[in-house]
Design a protein around this ligand. Structure first.
Ligand SMILES: NC(=O)c1ccc[n+]([C@@H]2O[C@H](COP(=O)([O-])OP(=O)(O)OC[C@H]3O[C@@H](n4cnc5c(N)ncnc54)[C@H](O)[C@@H]3O)[C@@H](O)[C@H]2O)c1
Length: 445
């Protein structure tokens, strides 16, 4: 059993520098959440190590600056912030379309900047991320994929070896992934579903180990979505395939769903003749709280009958601190793990901890994956039509517990009909092959 991560921190984090200036770019929904968790981390994790953070935030909206905690210095624009402060760490939480210009300014005016903690996506376009790459490579970078910090992955990693053994060995058949919500009334700028697709695709690539997802075919809808997301792809019904394992992924993402749906289901064929489905639901309500749900079902291939073996809402989040010290949410896990990783000298960084984070290589790889969702991609049939807020839809794949036996067998058959052998270069993994969690398990199958 490996050492708990919080034990490593005291032994490893001995930076010469003890005081850091943090500049949070954007004090909107995400910026406020980053600030709240950074303050908690500063007080409970860093202060006992003798490390202090001085936090400032930039937002052009006065109403956002007004609600900042008193200890956060507010600025209305980057110029005044950079004139007054020399940030060591920047947290990018501007809207997607502002990331590139803000990064350019930051690197030009603050060449000594040491670390970037960024919201996804890194930039709107891969070419912009590539432009920034040389500057980003000089610094520590961690991108927030949020759901990858979910405790469902730790539980699954714990349980899968015994489930694998009990069913005579498991082999992946494929994935169904659903991601989206109703964004027709959302006034925040958006590039459309490529932005949300980061989550589903990075779960499959990073957490399940089926990296290098390429789009094989799909249908997309492009048009007016809302005020600040005028002409974007707002729905995609597609097939992706892992370049690493050859595993197919059926992916339906939409901003015209009737409500928020975030689900990834992994299907496995079992050595004893059954099939298994690992069903993950993100951001569902459980006992009045936001939670993620993990279910594992056995599927009888003869009848299509389902037996649910596991149904849990795990809540123990690994954030690098002693259990219970920090609030148990995924944003805090991102900030805490990123800060600990950054403050630890590179040669002493814990691989188990770093593997939970998305570094620059991971950020670029997922950016390339979602960038395939664009109107110029000839593998996508793009229909031009505006989103209709009065005609919201349901996801294509619901829980298999709500499908009839015939529908369950048809869904399995659809994925099995897409089987192809793993590519010959499959063993040469990308950087993601080293990711923690289910990658370990996927090697078993
Ligand atoms: N990781 C996730 O799950 C997740 C979830 C939601 C949003 N996001 C990402 O987080 C980022 C922020 O999203 P949000 O939901 O907090 O949006 P938001 O609109 O609530 O907040 C962004 C804030 O930045 C400010 N801003 C933008 N450009 C600025 C500029 N040039 N100068 C000064 N202020 C500026 C806006 O006034 C706004 O208050 C986006 O990149 C988004 O894609 C990630």
């Amino acid at each position: 059993m490996s050492k708990p991560l919080h034990d490593d921190f005291g032994a490893q984090a001995r930076p010469a520098q003890k005081h850091f200036q943090v500049l949070v770019l954007g004090a909107g929904v995400m910026g406020q959440r980053h600030i709240a968790s950074l303050i908690e981390i500063a007080d409970k994790v860093l202060a006992p190590q003798g490390i202090t953070l001085d936090i400032a935030a930039v937002d052009r909206r006065d109403d956002m600056l007004k609600v900042l905690p008193a200890r956060v210095t507010p600025f209305a624009d980057m110029d005044s912030a950079l004139a007054a402060q020399k940030p060591d760490i920047a947290v990018m939480a501007f809207n997607d379309d502002q990331h590139i210009s803000a990064f350019r300014k930051l690197f030009a005016e603050r060449p000594d900047l040491q670390a970037v903690l960024t919201e996804k996506p890194l930039t709107e376009h891969l070419r912009e991320a590539r432009e920034l790459e040389p500057e980003l490579r000089k610094r520590y970078l961690s991108m927030n994929t949020v759901v990858n910090f979910s405790p469902v992955f730790d539980r699954l990693t714990e349980m899968m070896p015994s489930i694998d053994a009990a069913h005579g060995g498991l082999k992946p058949i494929g994935f169904e992934a659903i991601w989206g919500k109703n964004r027709t009334a959302d006034t925040r700028p958006s590039i459309g579903v490529p932005s949300e697709s980061v989550h589903a695709l990075s779960i499959i690539s990073d957490m399940f180990g089926h990296a290098r997802l390429s789009l094989e075919q799909g249908a997309a809808k492009k048009g007016y979505l809302s005020e600040k997301a005028a002409d974007v792809i707002y729905e995609i019904d597609s097939t992706f395939r892992s370049g690493k394992t050859g595993t197919p992924v059926l992916f339906h993402a939409s901003y015209v769903f009737d409500s928020q749906h975030r689900k990834v289901t992994a299907y496995y064929g079992a050595g004893n003749g059954d099939a298994l489905a690992v069903e993950l639901d993100f951001d569902v309500k459980h006992n009045g709280q936001n939670a993620d749900r993990l279910r594992i079902h056995r599927i009888d291939r003869a009848s299509g009958a389902i037996e649910t073996l596991v149904d849990e809402h795990p809540s123990e989040i690994v954030n690098g601190a002693a259990p219970g010290l920090l609030r148990a949410d995924r944003i805090t896990a991102f900030n805490s793990l990123s800060m600990i990783d950054f403050l630890t000298p590179p040669q002493k960084r814990a691989p188990a901890l770093a593997a939970r984070l998305s570094n620059l290589d991971a950020a670029l790889e997922v950016q390339a994956e979602v960038e395939q969702i664009n109107p110029q991609n000839r593998l996508l049939r793009v229909s031009e039509m505006d989103a209709d807020p009065k005609a919201l839809g349901k996801p294509k794949y619901g829980s298999i517990t709500e499908a009839g036996a015939d529908a369950v067998l048809a869904r399995l058959a659809a994925l099995e009909s897409l089987q192809k052998p793993a590519p010959p270069h499959a063993l040469h993994g990308s950087h993601r092959a080293a990711k923690k969690g289910l990658v370990e398990i996927s090697r078993l199958f």
